[in-house]
Design a protein around this ligand. Structure first.
Ligand code: FE2
Length: 386
């Protein structure tokens, strides 16, 4: 068992509200019930999720955008009309982010969950916090995007900055962590690193290897794009190289890790060929750093696989081995016919060439030197020892 103080964000309301998110209906219950069925909650401090307030949301989002969310909720009560007004689309509230009933309530619930986790890190009550209901990385300051109405990550990082000088954000979702990167592109105090599928037509279309921040934050963002069907062999290898490199040079005080479940094989939207064990190796690496860390959820559109993945990660974080035989619980029958916690890898060729991934590392390294995140001698030392 881990000797770290580990917190797990939960409340009945958090589960009930997150079960309503249209793209991942009932996922919140699937995840929580599976974790509970393995008795993993016995090893974690449960932190009750609370609601965020307006000033919390204003840590990142614009007043105009938040007014629009409130207006949509009010219209629903007064006129039973789910739409706000003609401004909805201007704020991204359409297409994949169509307004839903009690959109404001959902937003303050999601942000409130992540904020409670951040507060327990700030107070020292916990060294590590898990909030699988957080991780909505696409929302912009004044725009909903990619199923995300509220960017709980950007709000949480803003709160973390009250105490910590250097925040390392790592985004493992199969989609680029655009909203978080954009939020902190102009500051040195947050280093954002996103690993993601990057191909023509693949959402959101940003996160090229060349993008590395703006203005005073130039050099303090990095992207590691890959092609479809990336295998665990390559992913874990390059994850370790790149994260170790940045961690050693940036010297963060705290880490925020987005663990979107759409990176797992069999996702409806993602095309990576990774299994929970691969990402478990990555999480092991992060845990070795012994830094205060917040693990968040994100995408994950194969509900069963995402529940398996986050349950497995929870067991890794608390260092409890669990059986592959899924225990009886309310969603047990959804895991048939094998009722096995493991996820099968696709029998398909990895389209990534190692030389392209090496080129990613070269460019990221070059940027770290070019923008003075570190000097060339410390980089040479790093390569000498890996
Ligand atoms: Fe995603």
């Amino acid at each position: 068992m881990s000797n770290k103080k580990i917190g797990y964000i939960w409340s009945n309301n958090l589960i009930k509200e997150c079960n309503r998110i249209p793209c991942v209906k009932f996922r919140s219950s699937y995840v929580h019930e599976l974790i509970k069925s393995y008795n993993l909650l016995n090893f974690i401090k449960i932190i009750e999720s609370k609601l965020a307030n307006l000033s919390d949301l204003r840590l990142f989002h614009s007043s105009d955008y938040l007014d629009q969310l409130k207006k949509i909720q009010l219209n629903y009560y007064e006129e039973n009309d789910i739409q706000g007004d003609e401004n909805d689309l201007e704020y991204g509230l359409g297409y994949d982010c169509s307004p839903i009933e009690r959109i404001w309530d959902l937003s303050i619930t999601i942000a409130g969950g992540t904020l409670e986790g951040i507060k327990s890190i700030l107070s020292g009550d916990c060294d590590v916090v898990i909030n699988w209901n957080g991780g909505w990385h696409h929302a912009e300051r004044d725009e909903a995007k990619g199923f995300c109405f509220i960017n709980d990550i950007a709000i949480g990082i803003q709160k973390l900055r009250e105490k910590f000088q250097r925040v390392f954000y790592i985004d493992l979702d199969v989609h680029h962590g655009d909203g978080v990167e954009n939020a902190f592109a102009c500051t040195k105090r947050v280093f954002t690193l996103s690993f993601h599928q990057y191909e023509n037509g693949f959402f959101p279309g940003t996160g090229s290897i060349k993008d590395c921040g703006f203005g005073p934050g130039l050099g303090y963002a990095a992207n590691f794009p890959y092609c479809e069907n990336i295998s665990g062999l390559l992913y874990v290898k390059y994850f370790k190289i790149v994260t170790q490199l940045i961690k050693d040079k940036y010297k963060p005080d705290v880490c925020v890790i987005q663990c979107g479940g759409d990176v797992i094989a069999g996702d409806k939207l993602g095309n990576a060929n990774l299994i929970p064990n691969d990402l478990g190796c990555c999480i092991d690496e992060i845990m070795l750093w012994n830094l205060p860390t917040i693990f968040l959820g994100g995408g994950g559109y194969n509900i069963q696989n995402t529940a398996k993945y986050w349950t497995y990660l929870t067991s890794k974080i608390i260092k409890q081995e669990i059986s592959n035989d899924i225990p009886d619980h309310p969603y047990f029958l959804e895991y048939g016919p094998d009722y096995d916690l493991s996820v099968q890898r696709k029998n398909i060729k990895d389209l990534n060439l190692e030389k392209n991934l090496q080129e990613n590392v070269r460019i990221i390294t070059e940027n770290l030197i070019k923008y003075s995140v570190c000097d060339i001698y410390s980089i040479l030392l790093f390569y000498l020892f890996i």
